[in-house]
Design a protein around this ligand. Sequence first.
Ligand code: FE
Length: 251
Amino acid sequence: MLFRQLLDENSRTFTYLVASRRGGEAVLIDPVRDQLPLYLRLIEALDLRLVYALDTHTHHDHPSALEVLLEQTECVTVMGRETSSPWAIRRLSDGEVLDIDGLELLAVHTPGHTDDSYSLVMDDRVFTGDTLLIRGTGRTDLGGDSREQYASLFGKLLQLPGHTLVYPAHDYNGRHVSSIADERRLNPRLQAMTVEDYVALMESVRPSDPRLSDLPEAPSLHPRAPRMRELLALKAVLTAGSALGDTSNSS
Ligand code: FE
């Protein structure tokens, strides 16, 4: 397999170029419009044929390259069937498989950050879009739904084997990859015991800057500060729950 993780510095977006082999068919996942020349150069250098360009969800924080890729290449643009984007030619449903030269990407509907959020499972890895970030989860207050996100996280993504590699659509702290087991253990958002805990936690960490679209907590010059605030918020939520005698556990 040929696999490249590319970074758009401005939006801290990860784009993934995946192909079965040099000279074969390829897919771009979450391409950013500003980086189109880089994608085209890379595809040419590796002698690839771009067959699909796929957005895991409608992005709030940067322009997608789907429109220009549709105009300038022969690829088929892909999003989930819930999307309102006019640039997605093929619409995926939950459980559908995209085949790229024998590489299979299983589409899993994981709403919450947006209605049209999908994760893609491929062999030993999962592309999680903004549903599951490294030590975080995508914000849910711009048309999203924390309850749906809880179901997507606990009911779907955390059901994957622990060794599954997690490749998100963003990271603001210099990390590139995680695993389901590490996120289950270390992600502050995934320590919530019930859906009510999760909803309360997400409401307690609303961002101050609405332009920072994909994290409920703004990036900080002091990287420890947001995590500490979040842990305190989680502790407050859990303490309130136990004070009310809430011992239910739906995780
Ligand atoms: Fe997003």
